[in-house]
Design a binder for this molecule. Structure first.
Ligand code: WTA
Length: 636
């Protein structure tokens, strides 16, 4: 058996084997890596306790597998290409040898700051090569990286820094995104006021904007690397030592720090990357996600580097300097594999076909989609105009918690169907259940998607609160990992993801908890109560609709809306900005005081014809008022 499937027959055989003999199956996949010491046991698990351990007793360092292992065979091959925001600025190409040297160098900087194995390091940076370098430098010395997407506000950043007790932040002076320059360090400064444990801030110069450097705390990246050499032995790590924490939104409370460990994550990400994308030796692979999300961890950084591919890091946005930028980058770098989100496709569709005209796109072989369901119209547009009907599309379903892709076609191997994630990868055992947890057997069924057996990159815990991990993922249905997604298995056994069944909204492929947005809105002094739901949005997939009760104190609805938006921006960041805010005098509640979100969701969708029985509500009249207000809001 190799670690690359070539035919659909092979896929079926390998799948069968992976279910019958999972430990043998994964042991073989793990044998392709460099281990400092082989594992003693492949797997131990107990879903009731929310526990899965893989390659127990194995010792390794993931960066030796991403970098050192390739030096002899492809040291001079380009590992990463950085494409800057400005179309006329020069790209940076780093070979495996150069990337290795830079990672070791920055690892020495971290050491010089006292960072040790197990320490958490916050990376709050734009899409520059140094983000990838810093991330790998953490892994080199056994520190745990926690990347916070640089679009989050100071307050969201501070929450994350404090939650995982981080003492060092790596950032940049500023960032370029399209026509805008954004002050990044300023946000870090504002956050750190509330993070007394932070002792060091390392600042990369990107925009050259003048900075107030705090003596004894803030230093420049370029000064630090000048003080160290580029030799750094890879720390010996246990397979189950943490690799990173990544915060993600759930249906309740504040974001959770999803924790992944080294051995299992490495094996699964590599295996899924090779098989889903079917990259070859000379592939140029471009994932447009930000490194601040799980996709940027698994399939922009670790997956491509583990498999020895060339990966692109793009600093800019799809619409700058014009809406042909993605296509320009594809032609410029002769991209063979392109992985993006449906929301990007839908927004580019809106510009028509003119922006595509100057470009050939003839280097493309495989297209990918991730983050949300891809609607048929977007699928066909992508297929016809970008893939020109000759590139298989892999619609990859997975989650921050799953670490890697679980359900997806293998490019060119699995027959695809628009809007279907198709079939599980070998080693993945999906199961559909009804609300009581009964298995829905056979084909042609629809229910809640669970996974009944562990895979190597499954979430290990939520940082600092394992009980929360059990509650969220392992307690809804006994002995199963619950995904939070609804799903259909059609007559052919193909899976189609239907979207979240919990209180999570998927906005442009980014997860937002309704509770999180509500608690931000409630920070506005005049707000008494709010309820947030998702509604269908042409470009974002889902938009955020907030129903808010205010003590207006003479302010107009317009003013309140602007102020509430500013508060959400400040507390979470622009990605949580409500698309619609409707000021209401009451919310539909049951007699016990529970908000009837089902009714609000229907109203937000514009489907007011059948709201069900509202007579048992505390105040049925409030529904009419909300409906009338919503009809106005939805037209705007
Ligand atoms: C959704 C992103 C449909 C789903 C990798 C999941 C998808 C959530 C798909 C995880 C897809 C992701 N089709 N829905 N191909 N991929 N999702 O943690 O609702 O940011 O639960 O991970 O995105 O989002 P997350």
């Amino acid at each position: 058996m190799s670690n690359r499937i070539r035919t659909f027959e092979e896929y079926k055989k390998e799948y069968q084997f992976s279910v019958e003999k999972p430990e043998e199956f994964w042991a073989e996949k793990a044998s392709h890596f460099t281990w400092k010491k082989k594992w003693d046991k492949v797997l131990d698990w107990n879903f009731e306790k929310g526990e899965s351990k893989w390659f127990i007793g194995g010792k390794l360092n993931i960066t030796e597998n991403c970098l050192d292992r390739h030096l002899a065979t492809r040291g001079n091959q380009v590992a990463a290409i950085w494409e800057p925001n400005e179309i006329n600025d020069k790209e940076i190409k780093l070979t495996y040898k150069e990337l290795h040297s830079k990672v070791c160098q920055f690892a020495n900087v971290l050491k010089s700051k006292g960072v040790k194995k197990g320490d958490r390091v916050c990376l709050y940076m734009p899409m520059v090569p140094e983000l990838m370098i810093a991330l790998l430098a953490c892994a080199r010395i056994g520190a745990v990286h926690s990347v916070v997407f640089a679009g989050f506000s100071a307050s969201a950043l501070a929450d994350r820094i404090n939650d995982s007790e981080m003492t060092i932040v790596v950032t940049s002076d500023g960032s370029y995104r399209g026509a805008k320059a954004i002050g990044v360090k300023k946000i870090v400064d504002e956050a750190i006021v509330n993070c007394p444990a932070v002792k060091n801030v390392i600042v990369l110069k990107r925009t050259g904007e003048e900075q107030k450097m705090v003596a004894g705390r803030d230093t420049w990246w370029h000064d630090e690397i000048a003080k160290v050499n580029d030799q750094c032995a890879a720390e010996e790590m246990d397979s189950e030592d943490p690799l990173f924490i990544l915060y993600t939104s759930g249906s309740t409370g504040k974001p959770k720090g999803v924790l992944h460990t080294i051995g299992g994550y490495m094996v699964y990400v590599d295996y899924s990357f090779r098989n889903v994308f079917q990259t070859e030796e000379n592939s140029i692979y471009w994932c447009t996600a930000d490194i601040g999300w799980i996709t940027g961890h698994s399939y922009l950084t670790y997956g491509p580097l583990l498999s020895g591919s060339t990966t692109i890091v793009f600093e800019g946005v799809p619409t700058y300097p014009d809406s042909g930028r993605f296509w320009q980058v594809i032609d410029k770098h002769k991209v063979t594999h392109f992985y993006t989100a449906p929301t990007a496709i839908r927004s580019l569709m809106g510009f028509g076909l003119d922006p595509l005209k100057p470009y050939k796109l003839d280097s493309l072989k495989v297209l990918g989609s991730v983050g949300e369901p891809i609607n048929e119209e977007a699928w066909h547009w992508y297929n016809d105009n970008i893939g020109k009907g000759k590139c298989p599309i892999v619609d990859t379903w997975w989650q921050t918690e799953t670490g890697g892709i679980l359900i997806s076609p293998l490019a060119g191997i699995t027959p695809t169907k628009p809007s279907y994630a198709t079939l599980p990868l070998p080693g993945v055992q999906p199961i559909l259940v009804d609300s009581e947890g009964n298995e829905l057997k056979g084909n042609g069924v629809e229910g809640n998607l669970c996974i009944k057996f562990p895979w190597p990159s499954i979430i290990r815990t939520t940082y600092g609160d394992h009980e929360r991990c059990i509650q969220t993922y392992f307690s809804t249905y006994k002995n199963m990992y619950f995904t939070g997604d609804g799903c259909k298995r059609d007559e052919e056994g193909y899976y189609r993801i239907l979207g979240r069944v919990d209180d999570v909204i998927n906005v442009s492929g980014h997860r937002m908890g309704t509770a999180e947005v509500e608690s931000a809105i409630n920070e506005h002094d005049f707000v008494i109560e709010s309820a947030v739901v998702g509604y269908p949005h042409d470009i974002k997939g889902q938009g955020i609709y907030a129903f808010v009760i205010c003590d207006k104190k003479g302010k107009t609805d317009e003013v309140l809306r602007t102020e509430i938006t500013a508060v959400v921006n400040k507390i979470i960041g622009p990605i949580a900005k409500p698309d619609k805010i409707q000021i209401v005098s009451g919310l539909p509640k049951t007699r016990s005081g529970k908000i009837m979100r089902r009714i609000l969701r229907k109203i937000a969708e514009g489907d007011v014809s059948n709201l069900g029985d509202t007579s048992t509500l505390l105040d049925p009249a409030v529904v009419d008022e909300i409906v009338n207000g919503a009809l106005v809001a939805l037209k705007s």
